[in-house]
Design a protein around this ligand. Structure first.
Ligand code: MSP
Length: 630
């Protein structure tokens, strides 16, 4: 039995944050789970290094894209190594073997007749590396996914015949677990039912990408970064080269965030059908994290750095928190308070104290020997109840519902804790019911052993400590024996340190991380002649009003000392009441090519200072309208 588990490959324009850690830790848990079940598992992660976004990020730091990608890719790899993520291969899309596979795949789809040449004209969001038809844009120009301003692109391009896969995709969505959680499937189905347009899959306006196959002789074109990126999943398995690991492809689980579900559940299966390859077993999409109820952003400085959390609170607690805090697929909020509460009550109390108590009792009553002999005789009801939660826990994990998986495990711990409170073994001893008391200790030790085994994919170190304390080791045979076949064990336990210590107050001082501050882009240098190309003038606002249908835009009439006032559209409605601006002087980039914004002509750009909020630029004292800023 083979299983292939993947994370998305991470863009190298950002250092690893909680979102990346979340996807990777879920994938790691799933990989460890399948290994525990005896599957021959191949776990892939890596970095996505081409495209306009990376080219521009490198340029703004004064670096060439490869040099920049090397640096950031190493940060991801180092963090995953430090976190002991059990990946089998770390792929980089700048690796030569990947480029060859991407070209082979392109050629195969081209020769099949699924790719044709045309011209793309429309809007492109560089941040999402995604094309959008006009009718999907917000306020005619903003990306519907990330809210950033799109660019108008008009260039020669090759297209993939996505439209011809619409019906086949809809058919595929009928299969049971192809998209998880199941509720997310509806969004994908209605997107596809809305009609699929052919997809532009090459770009000609920049260079940082994989060239097209030599046979096409198209030196100006590079591959669309999403085609390049998605192919990583099969290039890591040797597709079209030696195919050495393609056996793993038959049972694939892709972990993704909800923002990239469309690429994985629509484009990717269509590419795969074109390549005549089997489709993934499941694409599981998780939600997004906020911090203390707010969206994370570099400019606010509240991005959660996973290393900082793991250093402060421990990696195992961090893993537990991420997997437990939110129902899989929904958005979640990170706060130190919520993490501390889970550590204190669930990890330290429910789990850690239980282990200490059982070791203490076994040392007192039976010299650390724990004998299974009478467990079923006295406590069969507890065993039965625990079994049903263990089954539910595994069922949940089969659907990547990590929170339910852990909740069910904690129900087993509740049974164990409740049975100590209910039967009071110290009183049983006093009453001379030694067999019952010893059997109770053995019941709890067995429940703890089962918990340790099924918890091991999520918390490998903690589980190994429990196993070490009770004197067994976790492997597939033991999983089969005590989890699947519900067998009981006898143990020889030993004294141990507490598994988790309680935490009184928050351990991380400031939101944000030193590393991100270091990562601020260096501004690229320009010559004075470059600056001289910009004509910035001071002008007085004559009129200012809201634009109907838009809550972002304001329409200005500004006197720049010219024959007629200029009309300028600016997206600052959030920051200013239009009436308060009339009569104020502002600085305007006056030689910006006029453009239509929300169907209104805009003849320049009003300049402002932005630091999370926004304030318009002006001179310190009034000047004549049309005065040049320089
Ligand atoms: N490079 C593409 C993926 C290509 S896969 C063939 C990409 N990279 S990414 O670095 O931007 O994002 C990778 C993953 O991080 C996505 O699954 C995304 O959902 C996740 N997250 C990024 N920010 C996040 C949060 N704030 N919260 C949770 N996960 C989020 O997309």
């Amino acid at each position: 039995m083979k299983k292939f588990i993947t994370t998305p490959i991470y863009y190298v324009n950002d250092v690893p944050h909680i979102g990346h850690a979340y996807t990777t830790i879920i994938a790691d848990t799933m990989a460890r789970y399948y290994r525990l079940r005896g599957f021959d598992t191949y776990f892939l992660t890596g970095t996505d290094e081409h495209g306009q976004k990376i080219e521009e990020a490198a340029k703004s730091r004064g670096k060439n894209p490869k040099e920049y990608a090397d640096e950031v890719s190493a940060k991801f790899k180092n963090l995953w190594d430090e976190f002991e993520i059990s990946y089998d291969h770390f792929i980089r899309t700048t690796d030569d073997y990947h480029k060859i596979t991407a070209q082979n795949a392109f050629l195969k789809m081209y020769e099949k007749g699924d790719i044709y040449k045309g011209e793309y004209e429309g809007n492109y969001c560089v941040s999402c590396e995604s094309f959008f038809p006009q009718n999907q844009l917000v306020d005619d120009e903003f990306c519907p996914d990330c809210g950033k301003k799109t660019r108008i692109v008009k260039e020669e391009s090759y297209f993939f015949k996505l439209s011809s896969y619409q019906d086949k995709l809809l058919k595929w969505y009928e299969s049971d677990k192809c998209i998880l959680p199941k509720g997310k499937k509806n969004e994908v189905v209605s997107f596809v039912k809305g009609g699929l347009k052919d997809l532009s899959i090459t770009r000609t306006s920049f260079e940082w990408g994989i060239k097209l196959p030599a046979k096409l002789n198209e030196p100006k074109h590079v591959m669309y970064v999403w085609l390049d990126a998605l192919v990583n999943y099969i290039s890591a398995l040797g597709y079209s080269r030696d195919n050495a690991k393609m056996d793993y492809w038959n049972d694939t689980l892709h972990l993704v965030g909800k923002d990239i579900l469309r690429f994985h559940a629509v484009y990717w299966p269509a590419f795969l059908m074109s390549l005549e390859l089997p489709l993934p077993t499941s694409i599981a999409a998780h939600g997004w994290w906020t911090r203390d109820g707010k969206k994370m952003s570099k400019s606010i400085g509240n991005v959660v750095n996973p290393k900082e959390v793991a250093d402060a609170y421990g990696l195992e607690a961090f893993r537990y928190f991420l997997l437990r805090e939110v129902p899989f697929g929904q958005d979640g909020d990170f706060s130190q308070r919520a993490l501390i509460d889970r550590i204190n009550s669930e990890l330290s109390n429910d789990l850690g104290n239980l282990l200490s108590r059982i070791v203490g009792m076994s040392s007192k009553y039976s010299n650390y020997e724990i004998n299974k002999e009478n467990v079923a005789k006295f406590y069969s009801a507890e065993l039965e109840e625990a079994k049903s939660h263990i089954n539910s826990s595994l069922e949940a994990l089969n659907e990547v519902a990590t929170n339910r998986y852990l909740e069910e495990i904690w129900k087993v711990l509740n049974i164990a804790n409740a049975s100590i409170a209910k039967y009071e073994p110290w009183n049983l001893i006093k009453e001379g019911k030694t067999d019952e008391a010893n059997a109770l200790v053995a019941l709890v030790a067995n429940l703890l052993a089962k918990v340790a085994v099924i918890l091991s994919p999520a918390m490998p170190k903690t589980s190994a400590k429990i196993a070490g304390t009770l004197g067994f080791s976790i492997d597939t045979n033991l999983f089969n024996k005590i989890v699947l076949e519900s067998k009981l064990l006898s143990f020889k336990s030993q004294a141990t340190e507490p598994l988790f210590t309680k935490i009184e107050s928050e351990l991380m001082a400031v939101p944000g991380t030193k590393e991100e501050i270091k990562e601020e882009p260096k501004d690229p240098e320009i010559k004075i002649d470059d600056f001289k190309k910009c004509v910035i003038k001071v002008g007085t606002i004559l009129e200012c009003s809201n634009i109907e249908g838009s809550d972002k835009l304001l329409k200005f009439k500004i006197d720049l000392g010219e024959a007629n006032p200029r009309q300028i559209i600016s997206g600052i409605a959030k920051y200013y009441d239009p009436q308060t601006l009339v009569g104020k002087q502002v600085c305007v980039l006056a030689n910006l090519k006029p453009a239509k914004i929300f169907k209104h002509l805009s003849e320049g750009m009003i300049l402002s200072g932005e630091d999370g909020s926004l304030t318009l630029l002006s001179t310190m004292a009034p000047v004549k309208n049309g005065a040049i800023v320089g």
